[in-house]
Design a binder for this molecule. Sequence first.
Ligand code: SF4
Length: 383
Amino acid sequence: MGMTRREMLKAGALTVLGAGAVGGAVTRIVGTRSPSAGRTKESEADKWTREASYYERLEEGEVRCLLCPTACELAPGIRGACRVRENQGGVLKTLVYGRAASVDIDPVEKKPFHHLLPGSSTFSFSTAGCNMSCRNCHNWQLAQSPPERLPARDLQPRALVDAARLRHIPIITGTYAEPLVYAEYLLDVARLGNEHGLLSTMVTAGRVERRPLLDLCRELKAVKVDLKSMSEEFYRTNCGGNLGPVLDTIRTVKEQGLWLEIVYLVIPTLNDGDSEIKRASRWLLENVGPDVPLHFNRFHPHHRLRNLPPTPYETMDRCHGIARSEGVNFVYTGNLPGHPAESTYCPGCGELVLQRRGYQLGENHIQNGNCAWCAEELPGLWS
Ligand code: SF4
């Protein structure tokens, strides 16, 4: 006779159900057994293990994670789909509090934020883990690894904020993998950063439940969200996720008054059709208005999407043209150094106000947040 669902759960025999299981009203059973330690000694890992903030206890020692719509239900010893949250004796633990697997200083234009302290640096950090599994992920080694398999440094919030201050870096960004899965760590970094006048941001794919998102919105100043497609099917088959929560996140970030920018990675044949680009532009116009910057980034073959070519230049121009003609005021192209649409133009007079080439700034005609040519107020956090 086959095992019951509960027996299978306890045995750790059920793993990620797949994208079709996320976000719906079905009972989710998601998880994997803890991997055996790789590069990290068990005793070292203890200092990065904390009780998670968003979960509920179920029967017989099981827990349900309430951080993201995957809603993993985990028996003791079983880890969530993001690989960084685990049921330890009936308590859901984050395994990555202060466990920085990647740290760097980036131009803010790289995130990209084009209307946020242009020309500034940001102190970027990430742990392992992600709650999606995009076939084109550029950070898959980080995003798709359990934390034990990656070298990491201990960078607790105090040390991280001090490191940024010491270098006179005004911005801190949770980025690279998926900052939502290390929400507790990011929140404490942002809280401490706020006490010292630093501006905290995150670069996210946006699959998160409302309560943790509102907590993050209270501490962060700006968020960049990847809108990967307007198709549920694309999210399911290419990303192991779902679209609805991402749209909710975009709306909520705007409603909460944070600075918001959107990136749409244009992948040949998968999400580059005229009607989809039009739908994305219209949805943004109707839900967050014409002044939220929309970046169309060029795709390069990567990870499990090496069979597709880089996005043709003409496609990038076509997407840019559609969004502009629909009425989005600030439409950018990314991963195309030298393209005129890297720069910012005043929607009032059409003049160049902020010139960019790659991550380098050129001419700057913004004065106190206004266009120096026609005095139009330009949306953003400029100083
Ligand atoms: S954050 Fe991780 S453990 Fe929690 S529901 Fe999402 S994938 Fe599962």
